[in-house]
Write a protein that binds this ligand. Sequence first.
Ligand SMILES: Cc1cc2nc3c(=O)[nH]c(=O)nc-3n(C[C@H](O)[C@H](O)[C@H](O)COP(=O)(O)O)c2cc1C
Length: 180
Amino acid sequence: MLRTLILYATTEGHTAKIVQRIAQRLQTLGHAVETHRADAVPSGMDPSAYDGIIIGSSIHYGHHPGYFRALVRRHRAVLTARPSAFFSVSLSAGGPGAKPEAAQRYLETFLHQVNWHPLQAVTFAGALQYSKYGTFKRSLMRMIVGMAGGDTDMSRDYTYTDWGAVDRFADGFAGQFKQT
Ligand SMILES: Cc1cc2nc3c(=O)[nH]c(=O)nc-3n(C[C@H](O)[C@H](O)[C@H](O)COP(=O)(O)O)c2cc1C
């Protein structure tokens, strides 16, 4: 059975939901999947013990988190030597007022910074979770989202992720093993 590791960074938890979806899909395709938050990786975790690795992170204030960049840099050799894939989650990637070119720029900047060139690198639309933000963040997000033409009703949360696209990403990752 192929062993797949997924390392991810999330702030409000939506990227974790995307990871769950990918993990479920890969499990139905016969993979054994292990997932870890990048800020809570168990000591002694060895990425080289896995057949393939998926890396994913959300964007806040125009960046993937610094600790996430450091983690990817640390394991770049292993990532390069195995089937691997990257996904970037943001509101720029989809939903009302999206700016796909900005989402693509976040992704490309990150891959350039960590000097990693995975076969698969995609952007996924994230979620707007007013219920999870504190007072300041709620107002800030409402203002930014409103200026972009997005959803400003703070009495509910919004999910813009295309789950079919997430499934296709997982299928593509599984397909990398057939090519090797
Ligand atoms: C404080 C804050 C800043 C954000 N900054 C950006 C940004 O600069 N560009 C963008 O496209 N999305 C931005 N987002 C949207 C997040 O990427 C999106 O909500 C994502 O789903 C968060 O995923 P997570 O819950 O896994 O952290 C921001 C969200 C918050 C709450």
